[in-house]
Design a protein around this ligand. Structure first.
Ligand code: SAH
Length: 257
């Protein structure tokens, strides 16, 4: 297996999934890096005002989960894109991150994380993210979930994410290099799985690695041939699949590169 745990910590067993426990916002682990001196030109002297404006727009669009809003307010999206694009970092748009990939739109990140928070098991257990990319969504996730495993198939992006995330010191976030189509069995079962890349259908490994009470949120092609956001709940009596709105994610690919 090509997957290599990127962090020092290995998952403990068995996974504890207290299904009734409420979602809790993580306290910031360290003081947020001071934006004033370090913000790239184009974001302004202080990125927090423009970030708060982004969060208010997302709220106006219906994002309501307090922990998700707090995480979006805390994570400095401009640090995950090239300096030349930093002035667009708080617009609701996907942006190139290299190797033909994109950072997801903030509204899509918010929507997907809110959906997993609202699942029966919430995010009180482990969460697996497929497609680390630049690491932005992983950082947001790590502020709402207890433990996050994020896997990326492109080594260049896996390393870029590691660099982007290092200053944030998110001790509950584990970056993995490998093919996420196989999930990450060593960390299973997961309270939630979230995919940032879309294939024809959902790999069986993802469903297998979900805990009972767990929720998968991913883009997948529907019968109508469109890519839609799909929610899969693993209930005690079986799998419940719900198709939501049309989305535009980069393709889910197999193997590593
Ligand atoms: N959440 C990311 C989005 C990155 S785009 C962010 O915030 O930046 C989706 C990513 O999924 C790409 O980096 C792509 O390389 C990756 N990807 C596609 N197929 C994959 C697979 N099978 N396993 C792991 N990562 C995959």
């Amino acid at each position: 297996m090509s997957q290599q745990p990127g962090g020092r910590q290995r998952p403990g067993f068995p996974a504890r999934l207290p299904s009734a426990s409420p979602v809790q916002a993580r306290k910031p682990v360290a003081a947020a890096p001071v934006a004033r001196a370090a913000a790239p030109t184009g974001v302004g002297m202080d990125s927090s005002a423009v970030r708060m404006a982004m969060v208010r727009r997302l709220q106006a669009q219906g994002v309501a989960h307090p922990a998700v809003l707090a995480a979006l307010s805390a994570v400095e999206r401009h640090r995950f894109v090239d300096t030349a694009l930093a002035n667009q970092a708080y617009e609701d748009t996907s942006l190139p991150i290299g190797l033909g990939q994109t950072i997801s739109k903030p509204s899509v990140v918010a929507r997907m994380i809110e959906l997993i928070c609202q699942g029966p098991a919430g995010v009180a257990g482990r969460v697996l993210e497929i497609g680390t990319g630049c690491g932005y969504q992983a950082a947001v996730l790590s502020r709402v979930a207890r433990e996050v495993y994020s896997i990326e198939r492109l080594r260049g992006l896996h390393e870029k994410a590691r660099e982007n995330l290092r200053p944030m010191r998110l001790s509950n976030l584990h970056l993995l290099f490998g093919d996420g189509m196989a999930g990450f069995a060593a960390g299973a079962p997961y309270a939630a799985i979230i995919a940032a890349a879309g294939g024809e259908d959902l790999p069986a490994a993802w469903i297998d690695q979900l805990a009972v009470g767990g929720r998968l949120v991913a883009p997948a092609v529907t019968a109508a041939g469109r890519q839609n956001l799909v929610v899969v709940d693993k209930t005690p009596t079986g799998i419940v699949r719900t198709e939501l709105e049309t989305v535009h994610f980069v393709p889910l690919k197999s193997g590593v590169a």
